[in-house]
Design a protein around this ligand. Structure first.
Ligand SMILES: Nc1ncnc2c1ncn2[C@@H]1O[C@H](COP(=O)(O)OP(=O)(O)O)[C@@H](O)[C@H]1O
Ligand SMILES: [Mg+2]
Length: 411
């Protein structure tokens, strides 16, 4: 019997979902690229992962962080920055915990003890700490210094990475503070640490340090405004696309082939299966959205107590999820500047083969196609909602489904 509490689906909750789909490029980037290179002392940029709400940015980096922690790395929790707060405080506090893990707190070096004291002051007062202090380095420089010390400790320890995850970075609205935070990370990432190889040869190496930033695409405007070139040299930015149907399909395949194991009290364990038609239905309704995938799965699970999830259960469940699914897409559209939303609506109103810049611009009431150029460029390059091919197509499949079909209504 399947009970609500046994559902492995987790819409909205801030954990790594048990039913995981895709993102293999990003997972392998960490496993095969960032981690081994940095551990070997080779420079590798920080990573910025952006995308519209619900695309799985936080979950992705949480998953990377979890696997890092499992292999013994020193990892901060997801440092979510609430709007209007000082991120330096948050990061300082997290670095103090890493310093503890790195054994720095026990260090008898006076220099380190003093550094920890100064970072404690930053954790309390944030960027404003310098106002109350006549001299000494800027607060963000203290963060760099502590990061370097933690990195040194990691080198001495051997085979361990330091990993930092700052989430909701678009909430850092103070341009100076953002610039300070990016500089603190960037300086630590590019730091050259002199070391001596076993044979006595001296060389400079990078610290075993990785920085992941996640947030909404608007962040690019903020980071790009003044610090554009420096930021790009220090961070590699990816805009997440929706999940592919093949990945979603594969994620549900264990339900179909061997069943999903759930605890069954004294009786040991039991398995919940899924009909292939139910698997297909969930994938179709999801439109590539990780959040909707969890939602559709959860509602199908809740729709009945039997050990087989059927296509009927998916449909019954979806009826209850319909408003939430619609709200999810509406929130994405509502957040867009008027002209970007109008662009999408005009694009949706045209037949797929007529979706060229000129025709869309005409539909929007512009004289020339080029007038809509910047808007279309943002929707493509920055937000990843459309692809400017010949013709233009939607990359965000739930936005497309919402604007061009009856979805989320069942036909
Ligand atoms: N790769 C994935 N496979 C399956 N579900 C996912 C995946 N990534 C995220 N999710 C689910 O999608 C929802 C939104 O994920 P989240 O990471 O909070 O998105 P974002 O941070 O981009 O807003 C969560 O319910 C999460 O469990
Ligand atoms: Mg998030």
């Amino acid at each position: 019997m399947r009970k609500a509490i046994d559902s492995p689906f987790s819409p909205g909750s801030d954990t790594v979902p048990q039913v995981w789909a895709g993102r293999s490029a990003q997972l392998s980037d960490w496993r095969d690229h960032v981690r081994p290179r940095r551990i070997a002392g080779i420079h590798e940029r920080g990573r910025t992962i952006l995308g519209e709400a619900g695309l799985g940015k936080s979950s992705l980096v949480r998953r990377i962080a979890r696997s890092a922690a499992e292999s013994g790395d020193w990892v901060t929790p997801q440092l979510r920055i609430p709007s209007g707060t000082d991120p330096l405080k948050r990061v300082a506090a997290a670095l103090l915990v890493l310093a503890e893990q790195a054994g720095l707190a026990a260090s008898r070096e006076k220099k380190i003890a003093q550094l920890l004291k100064r970072v404690e002051a930053v954790a309390l007062a944030g960027a404003s700490v310098s106002l109350r202090r006549a001299s000494g380095p800027e607060p963000y420089t203290e963060l760099t210094n502590l990061l370097i010390e933690i990195g040194r400790a990691a080198i001495l320890h051997g085979d361990v990475m330091v990993m930092i995850h700052v989430d909701e970075i678009q909430n850092i609205s103070d341009e100076d503070v953002l610039s300070q935070l990016l500089t603190a990370f960037g300086d630590a990432l590019t730091h050259e640490e002199p070391v001596t190889a076993p044979g006595g040869v001296q060389f400079d190496r990078a610290l075993p340090l990785a920085v992941y930033l996640t947030g909404l695409p608007e962040f690019l405007d903020m980071a790009g405004a003044r610090k554009g070139a420096t930021f790009a040299r220090r961070f590699q930015t990816t805009t997440l696309a929706p999940l592919g149907d093949d990945d979603l399909f594969a994620a549900l395949q264990p339900f179909v082939t061997e069943g999903w194991e759930i605890a069954a009290g004294d009786a040991g364990s039991e398995r919940v299966f899924m009909e292939p038609s139910a698997q297909r239905a969930i994938v179709d309704l999801t439109c590539g959205e990780p959040f909707l995938f969890q939602l559709a799965g959860e509602r199908a699970w809740y729709a009945d107590t039997g050990t087989i999830i059927t296509a009927d259960h998916v449909m019954i469940g979806w009826r209850g999820a319909r408003d939430e699914a619609e709200g999810h897409v509406q929130r994405i559209l509502e957040r867009l500047p008027d002209r970007e939303r109008q662009f999408l609506e005009s694009m949706a109103a045209l037949d797929p083969e007529d979706r060229t810049l000129t025709t869309i611009a005409q539909h929007m009431g512009y004289g020339k196609g080029t007038e809509a150029g910047p808007v279309s460029q943002r929707l493509d390059r920055q937000r990843g909602i459309i692809t400017r091919g010949k013709p233009y197509t939607f990359r965000h499949r739930a936005v497309e489904a919402y604007l061009t079909t009856d979805w989320p209504d069942l036909s």
